[in-house]
Design a protein around this ligand. Structure first.
Ligand SMILES: *Cc1c(COP(=O)(O)O)cnc(C)c1O
Length: 296
């Protein structure tokens, strides 16, 4: 099993005609490079939960996710590296063909429990999992510890040099961490990947406290909802790869880069802005496409 290599995080400066035209500089923080399975923000969100579980002498991590969940695969891999057992409670009944994500998680030693969508929604835990030795991590790593872990993402760049820090948001844990870890003049722009998830502001501020003027959530780039996509998004992802050599995923980072590009066109960023985009990984989810859909 490969170790996590934080030294592989790079900052890639984008040189696209649009940026020169608008007088804006853009850097990409490549968290996708740290590990093939735990790529991106998930390791950062998990780190303090894992530390806490160890401190409490827990033997097993239990967490939740869907069949293509980046959080599930990252938890399985992080637990294997840390020498702790893992259990995934999976949304939906078991199917004859497991997704590559779940096959991979299982191979890393994660035990899977399938629940009906209804049970999952109500947070029902299979009775045998309610044991003392089990440490529960909320879905997506949402919580104070997740945000504290995510705040350390900004140790891998010179945050003082940026006017804006842009990220994708699901649960908002990473965005909350970036707000916590940022300096006073950084503005955090979070692109929500869920449709009309207007509770996200509240989800973020309940982790950060009152920081309302430091961040903005933009709800216009969900492409129909979580994990939904259209040809325009896929065309953009391929075109972006052709121009920058940076691969993106269709659930989070594709929408993030599309959004930043569109906002740039609409003069959202004033000339002289210096923007950092967090490439939060998630590339394993692209395996759900048939060959040839994406060029990378
Ligand atoms: C999970 C994930 C996110 C969203 O993180 P939240 O903390 O849930 O908002 C963003 N990008 C990628 C690639 C992810 O896997």
């Amino acid at each position: 099993m490969k170790d996590i290599k934080l030294s592989d995080i790079s900052i890639d400066k984008l040189s696209l005609p649009l940026l020169i035209d608008k007088g804006v500089e853009v850097d990409v923080l490549r968290l996708d490079k740290i590990h093939p399975d735990i790529n991106g923000n998930k390791w950062f969100k998990l780190r303090y939960y894992l530390e806490d579980a160890k401190l409490q002498h827990k033997k097993t991590i239990v967490t939740y996710g869907g069949a293509w969940s980046n959080h599930i695969i990252a938890t399985a891999a992080a637990c294997k590296i840390s020498g702790i057992k893992s259990i995934g409670i999976i949304r939906g009944e078991e199917t004859a063909n497991l997704s590559p994500t779940l096959i991979n998680a299982k191979e890393m030693g994660m035990q899977l429990f399938f629940t009906t969508r209804d049970e999952y929604k109500h947070g029902k835990v299979p009775a045998q999992l309610n044991q003392n030795g089990n440490y529960f991590i909320p879905e997506g790593g949402y919580g104070i510890k997740g945000a504290e872990g995510a705040s350390t993402i900004l140790n891998y760049c010179e945050k003082e040099s940026y006017s804006h820090i842009c990220c994708a948001a699901g649960t908002g844990t990473m965005a909350a961490g970036l707000i916590k870890g940022s300096v006073s003049f950084n503005r955090i722009i979070a692109i929500s990947v869920l449709k009309n998830n207007f509770d996200l502001e509240e989800a973020v501020t309940s982790l950060t406290g009152k920081e309302a003027n430091k961040f903005r959530i933009i709800h216009d780039y969900h492409f129909g909802g979580y994990a939904k996509h259209n040809p325009e998004l896929l065309y953009f992802m391929n075109d972006f790869y052709r121009q920058t050599n940076i691969p993106t995923d269709f659930v989070y980072t594709g929408k993030l880069f599309f959004a930043v590009n569109d906002l740039m066109n609409k003069n959202f960023f004033t000339p002289g802005s210096k923007v950092l985009i967090i490439h939060s990984g998630g590339l394993q989810g692209n395996a759900s496409f048939s060959n040839g859909t994406l060029i990378f």
